[in-house]
Ligand binder design. Structure first.
Ligand SMILES: [Zn+2]
Length: 211
């Protein structure tokens, strides 16, 4: 089964999820263009494993309307989170309320078991959430939990949109010590922007003086 060809470079799950919408401008297409694409993304994000994905694919064949509704909900959550990610703490009341509405709608109906587990590799402790009930509806919960964490911890202050020219829609968490990270990816956008600025500067220098 193909993996989703999207980046996981934003530093937080909810921001990687927002970045799945950039794709219409790129060859691979929107990661949420189909339910299968959504499952591929979830597997790439390690939110589901291969057997779970196969089981969900089988269920989607049996219940196509339910799969479509799940996909539409994921897109709706994404469209509510993008403006919040782009504007961060400067988001308008309307944007913040719209995001809160989506977050709380998903959290409000999520049922499951919360656990603390120990990582077998390094012994560190992690909180886990094992959903019960509707397997489709639960898929987006970890994404929404991640966005909720950003609001609660105040981390939203460090969320930025890439400053590349021409514009790049990716958002990311700035964890740099200086707090001045500007690009989603230095190789992809940093170098491209610097090259574009250099070309502009050369053109300006070459322009003949006005007569
Ligand atoms: Zn970028």
């Amino acid at each position: 089964m193909p993996r989703a060809r999207v980046p996981f470079t934003a530093g937080r799950l909810w921001l990687d999820f927002v970045n799945t919408d950039e794709a219409p401008r790129h060859a691979q297409g929107d990661a949420l263009a189909s339910f299968d694409g959504y499952l591929a993304w979830l597997e790439s994000a390690a939110l589901i494993d291969a057997p779970r994905r196969a089981a969900l694919e089988r269920r989607a064949v049996e219940q196509p309307a339910s799969a479509t509704a799940t996909l539409h909900e994921a897109r709706r959550v994404r469209s509510a989170l993008r403006p919040l990610a782009e504007r961060g703490v400067h988001a308008s009341e309307r944007v913040t309320q719209a995001a809160l509405l989506e977050i709380n709608r998903v959290l409000g109906r999520s049922t499951g078991v919360r656990r603390v587990a120990q990582d077998a590799r390094d012994g560190s402790f992690v909180r886990t959430f094992v959903p019960s009930g509707d397997a489709f509806a639960a898929l987006v919960i970890p994404v929404v939990e991640s966005a909720a964490d950003a609001l609660v911890t105040g981390e939203l202050t460090h969320v930025r949109r890439c400053a590349a020219e021409p514009p790049c829609p990716r958002v990311f968490l700035d964890t740099s010590r200086s707090g001045r990270r500007r690009w989603c990816d230095m190789r992809r956008c940093g170098n491209r922007t610097k090259a574009a600025r250099h070309r502009t500067a050369v053109r300006v220098r070459r322009r003949p003086p006005p007569a």
